[in-house]
Design a protein around this ligand. Sequence first.
Ligand code: NCD
Length: 298
Amino acid sequence: MHFLEISQLTVNEITTLMQRAFYFKSNPQAFPNYNQYTVAHLFYEDSTRTRVSFEMAANHLNMSVINVDLQHSSENKGETLDDTMQTLAAMGVNIFVIRHSQDGVPEHVAELGHGACVINAGDGMHAHPSQAMLDMMTIIEQKPHPEHLKIAIVGDLRHSRVANSLQCMCAALNVGELALIAPELWQPSSVYYGHVTTSLSDGLMDADVVICLRVQNERLSTTEYMDMTYYRANYALTSERLLLAKPNAMVMHPGPLNRGVEIDSNIADGPQSFILEQVRNGVFMRMAILEYATSSTF
Ligand code: NCD
């Protein structure tokens, strides 16, 4: 099975994946053995946590892991991405985990028909489904009824594949309220679920979960640059602003963090922060996703 975006999963599949991830988390001595599978990691864009997390997940499942060194691959000699995939599949790679700066590349690779499964580890500004899965896992672990929750996502929503996948996730699980908070320039280009606001105080008011996004300078066009003093003054997550949310509100961030830009260190490292729990859960969730990829029916 390919794992390309949240909207392609049924609610039942989402729930089963989460249950499986929770099972792995509580049964670290009983991981299943998938040693007949080989997974190739193809990260055409920088990554620390997603790549390491997928690698650890594959190791826990006893899969063979190939980290393709794209700095020194034959693509530098003019080979196309399609040929690289066909070549690796012919060698026996069963699962591709792909990150790419261009929207739609994982889907394209899935359509090549080489017989291997494709997992989307983040494509351009389009989707980052494994991140949305681990984010929702972290939320449900603390607050098990998403239909009663107000979730606020704040920051550069326009360029955020994480926020796109989270919108689909919130739609699938019928989240009570989803506030998408961003300055005009960074509002999402399409909204599947939730409501957009420019007001941080309206968006944060009584929120159960606050998800802060990174200012993604590398994804901005020249007309989309923002004055960081203005951004901090109006949108940064500070202790004072967090008081607008519910007293036990969870603070989350997909990472990497720009401390002192979109989030203050005392919040990121504070008692309401679940940022490291997201990272921890990511390994178990990716184990569930890799296992899902090996199944013909789920
Ligand atoms: C995100 C990504 O790469 O899309 N990070 C991640 O995978 N944990 C978010 C980001 O880049 O800001």
